[in-house]
Ligand binder design. Structure first.
Ligand code: BGC
Length: 514
C-alpha cells in the first residue's frame, strides 16, 4: 500500500472511530436520560408506597381521628358532622318523591316511586346535567336559580306539562355534596367549598334557605323544610347509605369515590361525646365524616402532592381527597409526566399542555391504564390529542401506563384503609375494636355491608380491583368475606328521596339502624 493508501485507510478508520464514538455517545446519553426517567419513576413508586404495614397504620390513624372528631368540635381534621338522620329507609316506603343532587361534576334531578316493598328495580326517572363551569365560581343566586329553573322544567316535564297547583306540595330531598354543619335535618350552614367550587358569598349561609328562596323566585311550591323532622338536606354519603340500607339492612356505612371522596356511617349516640344531650329514637345517628380532610403522618406523600396542594384553591385542606379522588388523580399523573419530560427528552420538547393544570382528567388516566391493545394505541392517542405529545415510542407509552398504575394503586389502597378504619371504629373489622389494645383472631365479624357510589369506583375497574385486593390484605380473607362492598348507582339522590319518603310515611319510628 502506497503512502496515499495508508493515509486514506487511516482517515477511514478515524472516521469510523468517530462515527462509532458518536453512536456510543448517543447511546450513553440516551441510556443516561432513560436512567433519569426511571429514577423519577422509582422515586414516585417509593413515595407512593402502601405496604400492608403502612395501610394498617392508616387504618389505626383513621379510627383514632374518628374518636377525636366525635369527642370535641375541632378535635380532629375529621369533622365528624352530625346529620340528624337517625332512621334509615326500611323498604316499606310508598309514594312519589323528588330529589336534587348537587355533586362535584353533575347536577341530577330524580323522581322516585317506592311501592312499599323493598324492590331492586325501584321506579325512578333521573336526569343529569353537567354543572356549567362558570356557575362554580359565580354567586349563590346564580347557582340556585339554575338549580330551581332546572327543577321546575323537570317537574313540569315529569308531570306531563300540567300546571301544578300552588297548594300542592311535593316532598323533596336535597343532596348537597359539600361540608355542611347541620342544625336539623332541614337546615345547615355551608362550612367551605371543595372540588373546585368557590362561591364565596355562600360560605356561612343556610343551604336550604338558599334553595327555598330560589324555588320561590321561580314559583315552585316544593316543600324543603316545612316539617321539623323532614330529612330534606343530606350529604351524598348519607343518601347512598340510605339506599344501601333500603336494599340491605346490614349496611352500616357509605363511601363516595368520585370527583371528591367522603364517608358516613351509623354511630351510637353515646359515642358522639361532643353532642351530649341529643336523644334519638333509634339511639344512633348517621355521622358525615368528611374524610376527604383526613390527615395522618402515615399517609404516603410525594413532592407532587405537596405542589398540587400548594397550587390548589384550598391548601392544607382535603389532603386525603387530594390523594384519592377523581378531581386530582389525573393532575398528579400530569405532574409526574411533566417532571419526566423536563428531566429528559423522552417525550420530545416539553409540551405546553403538560404545563396546564387539570388538563389530564382522571377518566383519561383510566383509559390509558386499562389500554389492552398490544401497541397501547389509546395511550398514544391521549398523549397526542390531549397533551399534544406526538409519536411516543412504545417503551415510553409503557412508562406512562406505569405512572397511571402507581398513582391509582395508592389511591385505591388508601380508600380501602379508610373503609377498614371505619369498620375498626365500630368493631366490625374482626380485631376486637380499637380500645381492646390487641388484635384477637377469635373475634368473629358480623356480615357488614358498605354502600359505594362515585364514578371513580364504578367506572375504573383497576381502581376497584386494587381497592378490593387491599381490603383482603388488611382484613385477612376470613374477615374480608364478611364485608360486602355494594355499588349504589345514583344512591346519593335516590337515597335522599327515600329518606324523605321514610320520614313522611313512618315518622320517626322507621327502620332500626343499630
Ligand atoms: C365533600 C363531601 C362529599 C364528597 C363526595 C367532598 O369534596 O367535602 O361533602 O361528600 O366530596 O362528593
Amino acid at each position: 500500500m502506497g503512502k496515499v493508501g495508508v493515509a486514506v485507510a487511516a482517515a477511514g478508520a478515524a472516521a469510523a472511530c468517530v462515527a462509532a464514538a458518536v453512536v456510543v455517545g448517543r447511546r450513553v446519553r440516551r441510556r443516561r436520560k432513560w436512567g433519569k426517567v426511571l429514577g423519577v419513576l422509582r422515586e414516585v413508586e417509593e413515595g407512593c408506597e402502601t405496604s400492608v404495614g403502612r395501610l394498617k397504620q392508616v387504618v389505626d390513624a383513621m379510627a383514632v381521628e374518628m374518636h377525636a372528631g366525635l369527642a370535641s368540635e375541632g378535635g380532629s381534621k375529621l369533622r365528624m358532622l352530625l346529620t340528624f338522620v337517625d332512621n334509615l329507609p326500611s323498604g316499606s316506603e310508598k309514594g312519589t318523591y323528588y330529589a336534587l343532587h348537587l355533586g362535584g361534576t353533575y347536577f341530577r334531578m330524580l323522581r322516585v316511586k317506592p311501592e312499599g316493598q323493598r324492590s331492586l328495580a325501584l321506579a325512578r326517572d333521573v336526569e343529569r346535567q353537567l354543572i356549567p363551569q362558570h356557575l362554580m365560581t359565580s354567586t349563590t343566586e346564580d347557582l340556585f336559580d339554575f338549580i330551581a329553573s332546572s327543577l321546575k322544567e323537570f317537574v313540569e316535564r315529569e308531570e306531563n306539562g300540567s300546571a301544578f297547583p300552588l297548594d300542592r306540595r311535593r316532598e323533596l330531598g336535597f343532596t348537597f355534596s359539600y361540608p355542611v354543619k347541620q342544625t336539623s335535618v332541614s337546615s345547615g350552614i355551608l362550612i367551605k367549598w371543595t372540588k373546585g367550587f368557590a362561591i364565596e358569598d355562600m360560605v356561612g349561609k343556610d343551604v336550604v334557605d338558599c334553595l327555598q328562596q330560589a324555588l320561590t323566585r321561580k314559583g315552585l311550591s316544593m316543600r324543603v323544610s316545612a316539617l321539623v323532622d323532614f330529612p330534606s338536606l343530606v350529604n351524598d354519603t348519607v343518601g347512598t347509605l340510605a339506599l344501601g340500607h333500603y336494599h340491605d339492612a346490614d349496611t352500616v356505612a357509605a363511601v363516595i369515590i368520585g370527583t371528591g371522596t367522603n364517608a358516613c356511617y351509623v354511630e351510637r349516640m353515646d359515642a358522639i361525646i361532643k353532642c351530649q344531650g341529643i336523644l334519638t329514637s333509634s339511639g344512633g345517628m348517621v355521622v358525615n365524616m368528611e374524610w376527604g380532610n383526613f390527615w395522618s403522618s402515615h399517609l404516603p406523600r410525594t413532592s407532587y402532592d405537596i405542589d398540587l396542594d400548594a397550587n390548589s384553591p384550598n391548601p392544607n385542606e382535603q389532603g386525603f381527597e387530594k390523594m384519592i379522588s377523581g378531581m386530582y388523580l389525573g393532575d398528579i399523573v400530569r405532574r409526574v409526566l411533566l417532571r419526566m419530560s423536563q428531566e429528559s427528552d423522552i417525550l420530545g420538547p416539553v409540551s405546553p399542555k403538560l404545563l396546564t393544570p387539570f388538563i389530564l382528567r382522571t377518566p383519561l388516566v383510566a383509559s390509558m391504564h386499562e389500554d389492552d391493545s398490544p401497541d397501547l394505541a389509546k395511550v398514544a392517542k391521549i398523549l397526542g390529542d390531549t397533551l399534544e405529545i406526538p409519536d411516543v415510542p412504545l417503551k415510553v407509552r409503557k412508562l406512562v401506563v406505569n405512572v397511571c398504575d402507581v398513582v391509582t394503586r395508592r389511591a385505591a389502597r388508601l380508600a380501602a384503609a379508610g373503609i377498614v378504619g371505619i369498620l375498626k371504629k365500630i368493631g366490625r373489622d374482626g380485631s376486637g375494636g380499637i380500645t381492646s389494645g390487641r388484635s384477637r383472631s377469635d373475634v368473629r365479624i358480623k356480615r357488614t355491608a358498605v354502600a359505594i357510589e362515585g364514578g371513580l369506583y364504578t367506572n375504573y375497574a383497576m381502581f376497584r380491583e386494587y381497592l378490593n385486593e387491599a381490603m383482603v390484605e388488611i382484613l385477612g380473607e376470613d374477615a374480608a368475606e364478611q364485608v360486602i362492598l355494594e355499588v349504589m348507582e345514583d344512591g346519593s339522590g335516590i337515597g335522599a328521596s327515600l329518606l324523605a319518603a321514610s320520614h313522611a310515611s313512618h315518622g320517626p319510628d322507621a327502620a332500626q339502624m343499630l
